[in-house]
Design a protein around this ligand. Structure first.
Ligand SMILES: Cc1cc2nc3c(=O)[nH]c(=O)nc-3n(C[C@H](O)[C@H](O)[C@H](O)COP(=O)(O)OP(=O)(O)OC[C@H]3O[C@@H](n4cnc5c(N)ncnc54)[C@H](O)[C@@H]3O)c2cc1C
Length: 484
């Protein structure tokens, strides 16, 4: 097929990775005057995947992602190109900080803690979060030998080795395990927190490394979007006018040898039709990509299937302010698994971001499930609301019935960055590169955050155009940077 003929590209999956891929494909084709037609297929009734904002009775409720590390180049750049950078809203400074549940009490997260590592041992010592024994163990951190071998190590092993079991149970598990909804015994340090491995190797000690940087490696600004992150999805869908087909899942993929102008791929769609494309970007969760590739590329399919996905549910609950008179002045509560509760975290949304709840009301959001409590998701939606209400009563003393509730389940949607993840992804990428005119994108590859997913989608778009129009490679773009 000549480069002048229209090249049709299918994007499978309309989460933020797929939307970013489709938008970048369109944008580059326009900029470089390439004849490209893009179609995005989304199985659900709406695009956005784990990014969804629901507005009801004056409440702006995020059911999935809520916060952007807006300084990451991929998202900063995308928001600028979409004219949305003015819509970024910072968290409310007057409520800055989080609480950690410790024996039923809400203890302020000590200042100077970088995810789990102390830059100020004094702040930790006076926080009330650790026993004397735990503090003594932590004080030995600078004397713990540096681990030099190149083997991956789990988050649990790393934190216990350097700082002791209490830091794992009371900080690292709820904070890092919470971000990934994973078991810290399985999470890969290399894939999730390479910065901490560098600190260990570079300074011989996390405490020394953090103290050496003045204890104040500036924490990245957390931002929401006015109107919720759904505004980003809406804008992308609008910009992609007509290219986004919702309620249209891809049931099967077939690959053909390109001969006589035939297109390389045919897609069987849930509306009963079949469509032919020159290239495919698969931005669905990898277990779904594995299914689609089973007959096309069995080895790659098998490899994709080795990445485990965990599940979580969010429950938004809105109350009258009078029903919640004793809210802690913070963005929310992280709940260590060791506390034996049935939520992993609770966000006080109306204290975290402005404009999320009408005056005189509060909006809360509870997280239920994850790898350590997957069985809780067996409950029906009413059961999940009841769990959230019970926990809100226990933690915050709120006994009244909520004005509004909203339950959303994210079943097998959170990829686990398990031990050996980097190696597994490198193999996946090698195998994918050997499959002509096919690219993968998504949260399982190089970071679960929305900015990383944007970067992943854009990279897949660029690789796809490179492959379709080999004579005109697309310029290098900045890398996404660290995972968290
Ligand atoms: C509760 C929760 C809170 C989070 N909070 C944050 C946060 O605050 N900040 C942050 O940066 N990140 C957060 N994340 C992570 C982030 O939201 C996700 O990693 C990211 O949105 C994943 O995007 P994705 O496009 O890769 O995958 P998904 O969002 O899972 O999208 C994949 C899409 O593919 C579709 N699909 C699947 N199979 C097919 C098929 N055969 N045909 C067509 N379509 C198909 C699905 O319907 C889905 O829409 C959170 C995630 C969750 C669940």
């Amino acid at each position: 097929m000549s480069a002048a003929a229209i090249q049709r590209v299918a994007v499978v999956g309309g989460g933020i990775s797929g939307l970013a891929a489709a938008y970048r494909l369109r944008e580059l084709a326009r900029e470089r005057r390439l004849p490209v037609e893009v179609t995005l297929f989304e199985r659900a009734a709406r695009a956005g995947g784990c990014v969804e904002t629901v507005t009801r009775d004056g409440f702006t409720m995020e059911t999935g992602a809520e916060t952007l590390l807006a300084e990451k180049p991929a998202i900063a750049d995308l928001l600028r190109r979409l004219g949305l950078e003015g819509e970024l809203v910072p968290t409310r400074p007057e409520f800055k900080g989080s609480r950690v549940l410790r024996r039923g009490r809400l203890v302020p997260l000590p200042p100077g803690v970088q995810l789990f590592a102390p830059s100020s041992p004094v702040a930790l010592a006076t926080s009330g979060l650790f026993s004397l024994r735990g503090l003594v163990r932590m004080a030995f951190e600078p004397f713990v030998p540096v681990r030099r071998d190149a083997e991956d190590e789990s988050l649990a092993a790393f934190v216990t080795r350097r700082l002791g079991r209490e830091v794992l149970e009371r900080l690292a598990q709820p904070l890092i395990g919470g971000i990934y909804s994973s078991d810290p015994e399985r999470l890969s340090m290399q894939a999730t927190l390479p910065r901490f491995l560098e600190m260990e190797r570079g300074s011989g000690s996390l405490v020394r490394a953090l103290a050496g940087s003045g204890g104040a490696r500036r924490t990245a600004a957390l931002m929401g979007l006015r109107g919720g992150l759904g505004a980003l999805v809406e804008r992308l869908v609008r910009e992609l006018a007509g290219a986004v087909k919702v309620d249209c899942g891809v049931l099967a993929l077939q690959r053909h040898c390109r001969s006589g102008g035939e297109r390389s791929w045919s897609l069987a769609l849930s509306d009963g039709s079949t469509a032919a494309f020159d290239a495919v970007v698969c931005a669905a969760p990898l277990h779904e990509s594995a299914r689609l590739l089973r007959t096309v590329q069995p080895e790659l399919s098998e490899l994709l299937g080795t990445i485990v996905y965990n599940s979580i549910a969010t429950v938004n609950l809105a109350f009258d302010e009078g029903a919640a008179p004793a809210l802690p002045r913070s963005y929310g509560v992280v709940v260590p698994f060791a506390e034996g509760r049935r939520i992993t975290a609770l966000t006080i949304v109306s204290q975290k971001y402005p404009g999320r709840a009408p005056a005189g009301t509060v909006l809360l959001r509870a997280f239920i499930g994850g790898a350590l409590q997957a069985h809780l998701l067996d409950a029906d939606d009413e059961g999940l609301v009841q769990i959230a209400r019970d926990e809100v009563r226990a933690l915050l003393g709120v006994t009244a019935a909520p004005r509004v509730t909203l339950v959303r389940r994210w079943t097998h949607r959170l990829p686990e960055y398990a031990l050996g993840h980097l190696e597994r992804v490198a193999r996946i990428e090698r195998e994918t590169a050997a499959l002509p005119n096919f690219a993968l994108a998504g949260a399982a590859l190089h970071g679960v955050g929305v900015p990383d997913c944007v970067h992943s989608g854009e990279r897949a778009a660029e690789e796809t155009l490179d492959a379709l129009f080999r004579e005109a490679p697309v310029a290098e773009r900045p890398a996404a940077g660290g995972v968290i």
